[in-house]
Design a protein around this ligand. Structure first.
Ligand SMILES: O=C(O)C(=O)C[C@]1(C(=O)O)C=C[C@@H](O)C=C1
Length: 124
């Protein structure tokens, strides 16, 4: 268990002016580091940004996991096709995939799908 020293439990009246100044200085330092890291101009905005960035990091981990799963499934298809005497690439299917992403995400969706296909089957 963490022990609490008498200094840590001091009321504002018991806190020395030096301690108060040091506390203010360190609070200012924490805020300026947060502002530097997030680009925010207020502590409140820095808090929102830090929390939302943690969610983005978690989402990115899931997206990367899904991409890796997609690559594995794609490899199963390509291996089956090649083993049967066919080609690695099936352009008509790739057009369907590109169209799917474009419908959902617009023009950048096409670029994203092209990157995914490149990851899944390498460059044509
Ligand atoms: O669906 C297929 O036939 C696949 O081989 C999968 C996939 C894909 O990753 O979506 C990969 C290569 C093909 O050129 C087309 C699509």
């Amino acid at each position: 268990m963490t022990s609490v020293t008498p200094e840590q439990t001091a009321t504002p009246e018991q806190t020395s002016p030096e301690q108060t100044a040091a506390t203010r200085q360190s609070a200012t330092a924490v805020k300026s580091i947060a502002a530097e890291k997030t680009g925010a101009r207020t502590a409140e905005a820095a808090g929102v940004i830090t929390g939302a960035r943690a969610r983005i990091d978690a989402l990115d981990d899931r997206i990367i996991g899904l991409i890796q799963e997609r690559m594995a499934v794609s490899a199963v298809i390509q291996e089956a096709r090649i083993a049967s005497g066919g080609r690695r690439v099936n352009l008509s299917r790739e057009m369907e995939v590109l169209g799917h992403y474009r419908e959902a995400l617009g023009k950048p969706g096409t670029a994203l799908a092209m990157t995914l296909l490149e990851l899944c089957r390498g460059r044509v």
